[in-house]
Design a protein around this ligand. Sequence first.
Ligand code: G3H
Ligand code: ZN
Length: 280
Amino acid sequence: MPLVATGSIVEPAARSRRGVGAFNVIQLEHAEAIVAGAERAGAPVVLQISENAVRYHGALAPIGRAALAVARAADVPVALHLDHATSAELVREAVQLGFTSVMFDASALAYDANVRATAEVVSRCHADGVWVEAELGEVGGKDGVHAAGARTDPGEAAAFVASTGVDALAVAVGSSHAMLTRDAVLDLDLIAVLDGAVPVPLVLHGSSGVADGHLTAAVEHGMTKVNIATHLNKVFTAAVRACLAGEHDLVDTRRYLGAGRASVTDEVARLLGVLRAVNP
Ligand code: G3H
Ligand code: ZN
């Protein structure tokens, strides 16, 4: 099963109340681990590369092409998504490389400016057949300051989708980015109201701070694409630490990165079960 359109994974999942795991790739090992975990679970998956990760590498193309190659060789449907792009130029580059979707994040702008900037990106991406996610009601924590208080207004969300033509909407419902503890409390009633008000799939950001039970409940209440980054890095780093501890002569990077990759594979397979991501 090759690289597939993001909508072909997310839209059927939304219709049948399944979640879709969208996991962030920083190193090649992330992409390998995420796809191996999805293959083990027998579930489709979204690989995503954030603008921050692009900044770390200094360019999109090397890590983007690597992720595309891993996706194309997968045994399950895999989509490749540009995450939290604030640069329209980076969006264009991702589309040219063959990414199947982008998130254009103008959530820090005032409502009207967010609508204008997002609508322009949507019309360009749709001309190339690329699916677009946007954010309304800024999910906190992007600046390292946890802020779970923001909430997306359902009426504004419906108007935003109608005015921009986005294919999915990231909403603020109680999560916050980059949490190291899994104790965020989601507003499940608001998720259900947003699901009724908005005609496109909903996206949960900052899902690392959400415990398993709440992730499953979020999907049951109408959340579809669930973005997880920090949690996998925690798992990866713990395995690397354990591998290096006491082995002072260990210098082969494959030994400890391989341990990190194996742990992420296990966790992705487990999380896809929590998200009810497996096709019936
Ligand atoms: O867009 C990516 C996610 O929102 C990841 O957030 O690092 O808190 O899991 P997280
Ligand atoms: Zn996010």
